[in-house]
Design a protein around this ligand. Structure first.
Ligand code: SF4
Length: 404
């Protein structure tokens, strides 16, 4: 029985084909690549991706996509927790978590999230506070709010079934064109191009596209190139291969060109322009802001207040803020009716957002035992406060005073 039929029937692959792990073989089968007794035929000219060769490739040079897929089979990543699945929920969750965040950071968050919300209906039914608490520390909290809103939209508008068309996926909250394409390609085998930060770098270098990829015209050129390179078959393996090449080989500062499958016709390499491609974001000094944050303590409990749902740290539990040189004790008295027993300034530190720097001046205040809680605030024992949905710098401060 041919290997693809074995796979389609869910039978274990045995005998000589076990020279390669099952996952690799599955990718090979999806990509339409023949498998021999030694594993996928990395250089087999019969691969349907090479036949016929795309116009523009000289005789003997395989298409871009073919080289990416073959490289991915041998050298790509095959064991990340979101890879051995076609479940759109898991793929979507990983794609959102991986935005602006390293793989190693994402893995424990991904696993905790799935333990708590194993499928899309479970996420849709969750309270936003619980979703934000699981996201706490991962940053860019609008991702979590949009994830939650999108799960509810899939239940409300699609009967709980994740849409498979990239356009429909891109209409869900928090999902852009590239993320929608990645989900459509990896989960549903849809032939669409991705263009995340890593892929932009690979294509800018390989295609010699100058300029900052955030510029609209440069981005449009990269989309055109990305779409022109798509394979006829094996879109899932190709998509994963592009992601892996950008993450593992064509890295920002030290690309490993000798290990790159598309080095032969890479313009950046052949024209010695790797250092200039892609062009960096035009330098602009980030605005700087200063804020005083108050850690109000009463009998071992800390006061937190909920931030408005829109804006920085929207919907998270944070600390009262005021101007850095304002009178903290007077502010507590006037705003909350609290009397301060002791005041201690803690070390200042800086938290960087993409669009500004926030210099935080923390102040710890011990209060005379209070009567009542102002509306919009909660009091939590310090250990419990660490389980709440806190912005990363607030979590740092809570840990600091919990250790005292
Ligand atoms: S040859 Fe080098 S610069 Fe060109 S795509 Fe490959 S790793 Fe990147």
């Amino acid at each position: 029985m041919p290997i693809d039929r074995l796979y389609n029937h869910g039978l274990p692959l045995t005998g000589a084909t076990t020279a390669y792990p099952l996952r690799v073989e599955r990718v090979a089968v999806e990509a339409g690549i023949p498998i021999c007794s030694h594993g996928p035929l990395a250089d087999d000219p019969r691969s349907p991706i090479d036949s016929p060769l795309r116009p523009g490739y000289p005789a003997g040079v395989k298409s871009f996509a073919s080289r990416i897929v073959h490289w991915h089979l041998r050298h790509g990543r095959h064991s990340l927790p979101w890879q051995a699945t076609r479940d759109p929920y898991r793929i979507w969750l990983s794609e959102i978590m991986l935005q602006q965040t390293q793989v190693a950071t994402v893995i424990p968050y991904f696993e905790r999230f799935l333990t708590r919300f194993p499928d899309l209906p479970a996420l849709a039914a969750a309270r936003e506070d619980d979703v934000l608490a699981l996201w706490s520390g991962l940053g860019y909290y609008s991702r979590a709010r949009n994830l939650h809103a999108a799960a509810r939209a899939v239940v409300a508008d699609h009967g709980g079934a994740f849409p498979d068309a990239p356009d429909a996926i891109a209409r869900l909250p928090g999902i852009g064109r590239s993320t929608a394409a990645a989900i459509a390609a990896l989960a549903f085998g849809q032939p669409c191009a991705i263009l995340d930060g890593n892929v932009k770098r690979v294509l800018a270098r390989h295609g010699g596209i100058a300029g900052w990829p955030g510029d609209k015209k440069v981005e449009a050129a990269l989309w055109t190139l990305a779409e022109s390179l798509l394979p006829d078959t094996g879109i899932a393996a190709y998509t994963q291969g592009m992601m892996d090449l950008g993450a593992l080989v064509c890295t920002r500062s030290q690309p490993d060109c000798p290990a790159c499958p598309v080095r032969a016709d890479c313009i950046a390499r052949t024209q010695d322009r790797i250092g200039e491609l892609p062009a960096p974001r035009p330098r602009k000094a980030l605005p700087e802001k200063h804020v005083q944050m108050l850690l109000l303590l009463d009998r071992g409990e800390l006061m937190l207040e909920k931030r408005p749902s829109r804006g920085i740290w929207g919907g998270l539990w944070s600390l009262p803020e005021l101007a850095p040189d304002a009178d903290a004790a007077g502010h507590c008295r006037e705003r909350f009716g609290f009397i301060t027993l002791a005041r201690q300034a803690l070390p200042r530190f800086t938290h960087s957002f993409t669009h500004f720097k926030l210099h935080i001046h923390p102040v710890q205040l011990q209060l005379v035992p209070r009567h009542g809680t102002p509306p919009g605030q909660i009091w939590l024992p310090l250990a419990d406060a660490l389980d709440a949905a806190l912005p990363a710098p607030v979590r740092t401060l809570v840990r600091l005073i919990a250790r005292q």
